[in-house]
Design a protein around this ligand. Structure first.
Ligand code: AMP
Ligand code: TRP
Length: 341
């Protein structure tokens, strides 16, 4: 099948399972804004609240985090007119197509999902059924809009590949050429921002210690302190990227600097190679504060008026529904679910 008959459309989502981190900003939101501003494709962004509740969320915290993530999108430059921005649960077609895909995806495919294995750990039996089915709902998010491109961080690559498998099996089983096979778009120096205390684990919203991540709501002093205390090795910064091999913490700080400054990691080393951490960390903290503070200030301003955020999300959901509903109806029809009468 040719994918070219589908108009270019970008879809991505972020879970409101806590506040936004620097990983979300550099690995996802900043790139969403670039995609929106580049033009040439419709851009749809979603606060995936139904994904968040696959693990326990306190209801009040979920509401606050949903608005915080929405504020993060807006503060970073997502324009609710040029893009569609909404929270997932307002468009019930996501859950409905998710069910259809639960009947397409195979258990064997789900059992290979490394994120489930990591999250469930040794305690898989105690996890929710939703956590296991999570990637099938993600496939529904994407395919409900016939999205062709999915900008994500490295950790989501396998889920976008599963989405392709689901689209391909659906098309094959029903003898149609209905769903596109979407491409993951994983690029830039920050596709995997690591934890500041352990350079082998990703920076996440839910890590136990607050010192391991930069939150988008952290103030300047907190950001400086976290970079100051970030784990590193004893050697100074090398002259070339190749020499970062085997130095995960050093690599991470160089890549964060590169992503914040909008330059390559090698350009960072051209400027700072040979420097010790005592000099580099304050430079990094200063750059981070300078880059993030306009965004966090705007987030705070937006979050002071939750009614306005809710209004924007409701409006986005209306536009999303207009795109999604015909695709859902056609899917039901292909499957043989009776709708007429
Ligand atoms: P999540 O917070 O898990 O919903 O992730 C939302 C988006 O941010 C996804 O595209 C992730 O791949 C991306 N993301 C989350 N954490 C990181 C990280 N540490 N580095 C790069 N991208 C990330
Ligand atoms: N699973 C993604 C994450 O944890 C979030 C997500 C849900 C998503 N649906 C999506 C990302 C659709 C891209 C497209 O980060």
């Amino acid at each position: 099948m040719t994918e070219s008959r589908f108009a270019p459309r970008i879809f991505s989502g972020i879970k409101p399972s806590g506040g936004l981190t620097l990983g979300n900003y550099l690995g996802a939101i900043k790139r969403f804004v670039e995609a929106q501003d580049r033009g040439g494709a419709e851009t749809i962004f979603c606060v995936v609240d139904l994904h968040a509740i696959t693990v326990w969320q306190d209801p009040a915290e979920l509401r606050a985090a949903t608005r915080e993530v929405a504020a993060g999108f807006l503060a970073a430059g997502i324009d609710p007119e040029r893009s569609i921005l909404f929270n997932q649960s307002r468009v019930s077609a996501h859950a409905e197509l998710g069910w259809i895909f639960n009947c397409v995806a195979r258990l064997g495919w789900m059992n290979r999902m490394t994120q489930f294995k990591e999250k469930a750990g040794k305690n898989a039996e105690a996890q929710s059924l939703g956590l296991y089915a999570y990637p099938s709902l993600m496939a529904a998010d994407i395919l409900l809009y016939h999205a062709t491109h999915v900008p994500v961080g490295e950790d989501q690559k396998q889920h976008v590949e599963l989405t392709r498998d689901i689209a391909g099996k659906f098309n094959h089983d029903y003898g149609v050429d209905f769903f596109p096979l979407p491409e993951p778009v994983i690029e830039g120096p920050a596709m995997r921002v690591m934890n500041l205390r352990d350079g082998t684990r990703k920076m996440s919203k839910s890590g136990e210690s607050d010192m391991e991540r930069i939150n988008m709501t952290d103030d300047a002093a907190t950001i400086a302190k976290k970079f100051q205390k970030a784990r590193t090795d004893a050697a100074p910064l090398p002259a070339t990227v190749a020499e970062l091999e085997g130095r995960p913490e050093a690599r991470n700080l160089v890549e964060i600097y590169a992503a914040l400054a909008g330059i390559t990691p090698q350009a960072v080393l051209d400027r700072h190679g040979g420097a010790g951490w005592g000099a580099f960390k304050p430079a990094l903290a200063e750059l981070a504060v300078e880059t993030l503070s306009p965004v966090s200030r705007e987030m705070a301003r937006l979050m002071a008026d939750p009614t306005e955020i809710d209004r924007l999300l409701a409006r986005g959901a209306e536009r999303a529904r207009a795109l999604a509903q015909p695709i859902l109806e056609r899917t039901f029809d292909i499957v043989g679910l009776v709708r007429g009468g």
